[in-house]
Design a protein around this ligand. Structure first.
Ligand SMILES: *Cc1c(COP(=O)(O)O)cnc(C)c1O
Length: 424
């Protein structure tokens, strides 16, 4: 059955899309299938995917091994409750996660989306200090940060971008340090840590945890900052008895050129949040992983356990696919894949800095960003990209690429060429 005009009309009238008006919706393009790095539109056109469906589809669409993992698990059970029950897909996945994440992280909480993993990590930090009998209930986050769309996650996301004023009175007011200014490849400037440091000095006794996106601030501006900033934050948190939560939902699993962005600074957090790429874009799944010390402190507290348990916790189908996805990372030699993408993005995007409409071009790992001087007209630019045979979804002043790691040289060139011609 193929999609027709009345289907599209129904979609327009009845279905919410992300950050999209119901009364004046932007065009939605019907996709009927996808494989490798190509999306197939209903009219038969094929688009080279530059988005990995928002950081998730790291090995491309319709992957034979991931399909097989899904089918095999489906034939056993797609879901069973996790309360009082366990199963190999979850055990195997958590084994891998404990092994590949920075070493003191070893107790895995499986959740169902990135935002929920963030909620879980915030709740863990609160329960941790409660268990230690300390009144530490505030969070310190960075401006330009993004941690998801649920209430807790919004409350630690950039106050302007996450539209705190829309939900005034419902978001706990937390502390925000100015975003780091020293860029990833620049020389470290010691004054960059001052805003963070003075907030900590003024509020250390109240702060339960610092939450940040290590190295790459994603949806809040696609900014790449200096690893020394992260090292300093880690040291300050340790000195001042503040937990550090690393939100690696976007940066995890190789995207920035390290398996986890924390590795750029050689640090490890007390809690890490993972999501997006974890199932290779097949299913929604996330994890919050803690040190043993955090897990035991919470468990020895008044409540006797951590107070959270989603219905679909540890979903076997998602876990089985995640296992296959993570073994593909190693098999495919992700380091080489990401390094190749980085080199090509640098080569092909950097010259765009010369264009009048461009404010900045930056590349880190398999992420390429072209920042324009004025916000782009998404409706118009999206249509032009589709005419060029590529799928790139800009927001604000940001036209960015984060393609599947399996993308080939000529396909990546189609993406960068399309951006170049849009800018003209
Ligand atoms: C996408 C994202 C989230 C939220 O994940 P969802 O699965 O959309 O809920 C949280 N933090 C970061 C850094 C993200 O990029």
């Amino acid at each position: 059955m193929s999609i027709n005009a009345s289907d599209i009309e129904f979609d327009k009238n009845h279905i919410w899309h992300p950050y999209t008006s119901m009364s004046r919706p932007l065009t939605c393009y019907p996709v009927t299938s996808a494989s490798g790095v190509e999306l197939v539109l209903a009219d038969g056109r094929k688009l080279v995917d530059g988005m990995s469906s928002w950081w998730a589809t790291i090995h491309g669409y319709n992957h034979q091994l991931l399909n097989e993992a899904a089918k095999e698990q489906l034939s056993k059970m797609s879901h069973v409750m996790f309360g009082g029950i366990t199963h190999l897909p979850a055990i195997n996945l958590c084994r891998i996660l404990v092994e590949i994440t920075p070493s003191p992280l070893e107790c895995v909480f499986l959740a169902d989306s990135g935002s929920v993993a963030v909620e879980v990590s915030l709740k863990m930090a609160l329960q941790y200090w409660q268990a230690r009998g300390q009144k530490k209930t505030r969070f310190l986050a960075l401006r330009n940060g993004y941690h998801g769309d649920t209430f807790g996650a919004m409350s630690v996301s950039d106050p302007e971008n996450s539209m705190h004023k829309l939900y005034h009175g419902h978001l706990t007011p937390h502390l925000f340090a100015d975003a780091p200014q020293t860029k990833f490849e620049e020389e470290w400037d010691e004054s960059d840590i001052q805003p963070f440091l003075s907030l900590v000095n003024d509020n250390a006794d109240d702060i339960a945890a610092v939450i940040l996106e290590p190295i790459v601030q994603g949806a809040g501006g696609m900014r790449f900052y200096h690893p020394e900033y992260l090292r300093r934050v880690r040291n300050i948190c340790t000195q001042k008895q503040i937990l550090l939560i690393a939100d690696e939902i976007a940066t995890g699993f190789g995207r920035t050129g390290k398996l986890f962005a924390c590795e750029h600074a050689d640090i490890s957090p007390d809690i890490i949040c993972l999501g997006k790429g974890i199932t290779g874009g097949y299913m929604t799944l996330s994890a919050a992983i803690t040190t043993r010390e955090v897990a035991e402190t919470i468990s020895n507290g008044e409540a006797g356990c951590f107070m959270h348990g989603p219905t679909f916790m540890g979903n076997p189908l998602a876990c089985a696919i995640a296992c296959a996805n993570l073994s593909l990372l190693a098999e495919n030699n992700w380091q080489q894949q990401v390094a190749n993408i980085e080199a090509q993005l640098k080569l092909e995007l950097t010259p765009l800095k010369q264009k009048k409409s461009v404010a900045d071009v930056r590349v880190l790992g398999a992420i390429g960003v072209v920042e324009t001087k004025v916000p782009v007209n998404v409706q118009l630019v999206q249509q032009k990209f589709v005419e060029h045979g590529v799928w790139i979804r800009p927001f604000g002043k940001l036209i960015y690429l984060m393609p599947p790691y399996i993308i080939e040289t000529h396909q990546l060139s189609r993406l960068t060429n399309a951006i170049a011609s849009i800018l003209d």
